[in-house]
Design a protein around this ligand. Structure first.
Ligand code: ATP
Length: 321
């Protein structure tokens, strides 16, 4: 193995820089040349590349975002775009392409693999919505940002005896919402996986019940995948008479200096990605499952299914009495 490429793709996630650093330094440590590819698959198709040296990843572990920049790349959905990407990979004489990104980025890897590109994936998305791994880089930082926001909203909604409805990110998944709800001590959480269990009617009933037992404020977490946050806040206020404010955290949760947990996983996963390449493995993804790092065949990773542990929601409700 002489030369590998690395790129970050899809939505950015805190910890991506720590993963890039780990890939670059593990490779250089083993005398492997590293080519940094800018703006995800776009940079591969357009040849936006730059050799990376150890000093290029100095002082980046603590930074959110990604120093290689990231983007969505619609051209990857076309045969022409895919062929171009594979051709550049060959022209650059790369032995492997390390892709740091989410599910969509993995699907892109699946297509490139068919054209002879040796793809190695590192899971990175704040949403935790990847089936092949129990942890995705960026999740812990996003949850901590959500928890900080909930702490602050708790102060003010408590002083004013208001209700706060907080929308957190997560795309179609409820992992961030359920975690934020638990660690922020929310009274209730609405998340896509539980659409049939918890709806706005039930939330309003809960708020009325809380008032009857003397609770003076309520924190309600809503997942992005459920949405309707402004309307829910208005409905709560109209029906209960309790002043209610909506806060949508949005992209705030995508930024920030990565937590220790994200730096640890990113560093270990970056190392394991290069190790897999050095062992001659082809088309693999790095995962963290049952407390261990492992590499899984890319094709097999598409077959794995993961579900949110709904018992966490039951615990939130027990602890919110
Ligand atoms: P996040 O979950 O954080 O948004 P992601 O990796 O899932 O990250 P996407 O925008 O879904 O983000 O995918 C990133 C890129 O991967 C797309 O812009 C596209 O270039 C490529 N990609 C996604 N799906 C496919 C596919 N089916 N075939 C080829 N390329 C794809």
């Amino acid at each position: 193995i002489q030369k590998i490429g690395v790129l970050t793709s899809g939505g950015d996630a805190p910890g991506m820089n720590a993963a890039i650093r780990a890939v670059v330094r593990t490779a250089i440590f083993h005398d492997i040349q590293v080519i940094g590819i800018r703006k995800g698959y776009n940079g591969l198709i357009n040849g936006e590349i730059k050799e990376m040296y150890s000093k290029d990843v100095s002082n980046v572990m603590n930074l959110g975002g990604t120093i290689l920049h990231t983007a969505r790349c619609p051209e990857m959905m076309t045969e022409e775009g895919l062929n171009k990407a594979a051709a550049i990979y060959k022209i650059l004489s790369l032995d492997a392409l390390v892709v740091i990104g989410g599910d969509g980025s993995y699907r892109g890897m699946g297509e490139l693999a068919k054209l002879g590109v040796n793809c190695i994936g590192i899971p990175a998305t704040i949403d935790l919505d990847m089936n092949s791994t129990e942890y995705t880089i960026g999740f812990d930082t996003a949850v901590n940002t959500g928890m900080d926001a909930l702490n602050k909203l708790r102060d003010t909604s408590s002083s004013h005896e208001r209700c706060s409805v907080v929308e957190v990110m997560g795309r179609d998944a409820g992992y961030i919402a359920v975690w934020c709800g638990m660690v922020g001590g929310a009274e209730d959480v609405m998340f896509p996986e539980a659409k049939n269990i918890i709806d706005s009617q039930k939330v309003i009933q809960q708020i009325l019940a809380n008032r009857s037992v003397g609770k003076r404020h309520n924190l309600i977490v809503v997942a992005e995948g459920v949405g309707g946050t402004q309307k829910l806040a208005k409905d709560i206020q109209d029906i209960t008479g309790i002043q209610t404010r909506a806060t949508i955290l949005g992209h705030l949760q995508r930024g920030g200096s990565p937590t220790a947990v994200d730096r640890m996983h990113a560093s270990m996963m970056g190392y394991h990605a290069v190790k897999a390449i050095m062992e001659g493995k082809q088309n693999q993804v790095v995962s963290y499952n049952r407390g261990r790092y492992e590499v899984i065949d890319l094709g097999e990773s598409f077959e794995i299914k993961k579900t949110l542990d709904q018992d966490m929601y039951n615990v939130i409700k027990i602890l919110a009495i």
